[in-house]
Design a protein around this ligand. Structure first.
Ligand code: ASN
Length: 303
C-alpha cells in the first residue's frame, strides 16, 4: 500500500472511531439499552424476496446437532429483545455473502457492522425523528474535528434536517425502476423513501394493502442507501400470512414463530451500516476503503 493511501485509511478509521463514539453516546442519551450482538441463531433475516438482494447463501453451522445460521441481520432477534427491553440498539456484525459482481456497486461488503435499533410501541414517524436527531448530533460532533477531514481535503458534512420525504412510487415515476443511484446523485442532502415491498417483517399498511410502513434513508451525491427500517408485523397470524406469501419455509423460522405466538410488542426500528456512513462522511470511492480489513465481494482476502 502506498504511503498516501495508508495515511488516508488511518484518517478514515479515525473518523470511523469518532462515529462509533458519537453513535453509542447518542443512543444511550435517547434511553436505548445497548445489547451485545448474537452471531449465530436458529433463525435469521431471509433478506428477501428482494430484487436488491443477491447473496449466494446464508452460511449454516451444525453445532451439537442443531442447525444454526450466521446473522444476515439481527432484525428477528431485535423484535424478541424489544419485548423485555423496549428500546435497544446493537452494533451488529452481519455476514452477507454477496456475489463478486457486487464489488462494482461501491457500497456492498460481505462482512460489515450495522447499528441496529428497535423501539417498542413506536411508529415510523418516531423512528424517523430519532434518525434525524442522530444526524443533527453527528453534524455537531464531527464539526469539532475539521482538522481530520481537512487531511482528506474535505469538510465535515453538515446534515440539514428534516430530510425530504418521498414514496418509492414517486421516485420510480421520476427516475425509473432503478431510482436509487440517479435520485441519490440528484440530491445534496439525504432523503427518505417510504413504502417499499420488502421482507415479511415490514408491516403492511392495512388501510392500503400492498403498501408498507417502511422507510429507507438515501445518502445524496450518488452514495445511495444509508438505512432501512419499518414498523413490524407483530401478530402471529399476520406474520405467518406474510411468510406464506413470500414462500418461506416455516421450519427455518420455528424458533422465531414460537416467540411470535407468545406475543410480540408492536415495534418499529431501523439499521444503518457503519461502513457506509463512514464512506459517505469521508467521500471514499468504495465502502471497503474504510475497513481496516477489507471484505469486498469478489476481492481476495489478505488476512
Ligand atoms: N436492520 C434492518 C431493519 O431494522 C433489517 C436489515 O438489516 N435487513 O429493518
Amino acid at each position: 500500500m502506498q504511503t498516501q493511501e495508508m495515511s488516508e485509511l488511518k484518517t478514515r478509521l479515525e473518523i470511523g472511531s469518532l462515529v462509533l463514539r458519537a453513535s453509542t453516546e447518542f443512543f444511550h442519551e435517547q434511553g436505548f439499552v445497548q445489547m451485545l450482538p448474537v452471531m449465530l441463531g436458529r433463525s435469521t433475516d431471509p433478506l428477501g424476496p428482494d430484487p436488491g438482494s443477491m447473496i449466494i447463501k446464508t452460511p449454516e453451522v451444525e453445532y451439537e446437532g442443531t442447525l444454526l445460521y450466521t446473522m444476515n441481520s439481527m432484525v428477528l432477534h431485535k423484535q424478541v429483545a424489544a419485548k423485555k427491553l423496549g428500546r435497544l440498539f446493537i452494533l451488529s456484525p452481519n455476514i452477507r455473502l454477496e456475489k463478486g459482481e457486487r464489488k462494482a456497486t461501491g457500497k456492498h461488503l460481505f462482512e460489515f457492522t450495522q447499528l441496529d435499533f428497535e423501539m417498542a410501541e413506536a411508529k415510523k414517524e418516531d423512528v424517523m425523528k430519532v434518525v434525524e436527531s442522530y444526524f443533527d448530533f453527528l453534524t455537531k460532533e464531527l464539526g469539532k474535528h475539521g482538522e481530520l477531514f481537512a487531511q482528506l481535503g474535505i469538510e465535515p458534512f453538515s446534515f440539514k434536517t428534516p430530510f425530504r420525504v418521498y414514496t418509492t412510487h414517486e421516485l420510480e415515476a421520476k427516475y425509473g425502476k432503478d431510482w436509487e443511484f440517479p435520485a441519490s446523485k440528484d440530491h445534496e442532502q439525504p432523503f427518505w423513501a417510504l413504502c417499499h415491498k420488502r421482507e415479511f417483517y415490514d408491516k403492511e399498511d392495512m388501510r392500503e394493502p400492498g403498501h408498507y410502513l417502511n422507510y429507507d434513508l438515501i445518502y445524496p451525491l450518488g452514495f445511495g442507501e444509508a438505512l432501512s427500517g419499518a414498523e413490524r408485523e407483530y401478530e402471529y397470524s399476520r406474520i405467518t400470512e406474510r411468510m406464506g406469501r413470500d414462500k418461506l419455509g416455516m421450519e427455518r423460522y420455528r424458533a422465531y414463530l414460537e416467540e411470535a405466538k407468545e406475543g410480540f410488542r408492536p415495534s418499529a426500528g431501523a439499521g444503518f451500516g457503519i461502513e457506509r456512513l463512514v464512506r459517505f462522511l469521508t467521500r471514499a470511492q468504495h465502502v471497503g476503503d474504510v475497513q481496516m480489513f477489507r471484505r469486498v465481494p469478489g476481492e481476495a482476502i489478505r488476512i
